[in-house]
Design a protein around this ligand. Structure first.
Ligand SMILES: [Fe+2]
Ligand SMILES: [Fe+2]
Length: 195
């Protein structure tokens, strides 16, 4: 009961923080919340935990790359070479940190869902998979990326199938653009292929 009350307190504070984000980011987060709420029951995921993870996942998304790197170093996260080359990769871990430290979120699975929403990882919980997927298939992202429509359709059937589609899309794009692959992307995809 105490856990549930704590989550509800965090939710109200997170809603206030989200309302203060830049408008484009705020609208994205609110659409992610809606998608998380829509799909959570389908996969037996607690709706309140899904909403709290969705509200917090991008709290640090609007920070400048130099600031993300500074915060990650200050927090002892020891950014890798790939993360140093694209500090935006650090915003999930830093958002999770903020959720724990400023908003009192203590649920490790909720924090992991925020931490790994960008790259995925091997061994994700259903909640982590949900947040990874809904972050990328919310209708606002679809408008700029028609290829995401297939992932959105798959998300109604299987989070694993939607993840596989999204990770394949990411790898294709990385090859085309010459981006490095984050090791967690490879681990997440390998697990879905052969795990
Ligand atoms: Fe994000
Ligand atoms: Fe996001």
């Amino acid at each position: 009961m105490l856990g549930a009350m704590t989550t509800i307190g965090a939710r109200a504070a997170l809603e206030e923080a989200v309302a203060k984000l830049p408008s484009g980011l705020r609208d994205h987060v609110l659409r992610v919340v809606e998608e998380a709420r829509r799909l959570a029951p389908r996969y037996g995921i607690d709706e309140e935990r899904a909403v709290v993870a969705a509200l917090g996942h991008d709290l640090e998304r609007a920070e400048r790359p130099s600031e993300l790197l500074r915060q990650a170093e200050a927090a002892g996260l020891e950014p890798s070479e790939v993360e140093r080359s694209a500090p935006i990769l650090l915003h999930g871990a830093l958002s999770a940190r903020l959720m724990a430290e400023r908003f009192g979120v203590a649920d490790e699975e909720v924090l992991a869902a925020a931490r790994y929403h960008t790259t995925g990882r091997a061994g994700m919980s259903a909640l982590e998979r949900l947040i990874f997927v809904v972050d990328k298939i919310e209708p606002g992202k679809l408008r700029g990326e028609p290829a995401l429509a297939e992932a959105r359709r798959l998300a109604d059937e299987s989070l694993e199938a939607a993840m596989r589609c999204l990770l394949d899309l990411h790898v294709s794009r990385a090859l085309a653009q010459g981006w490095p692959l984050h090791p967690n992307v490879v681990a997440a995809r390998n697990e879905l292929l052969v795990g």
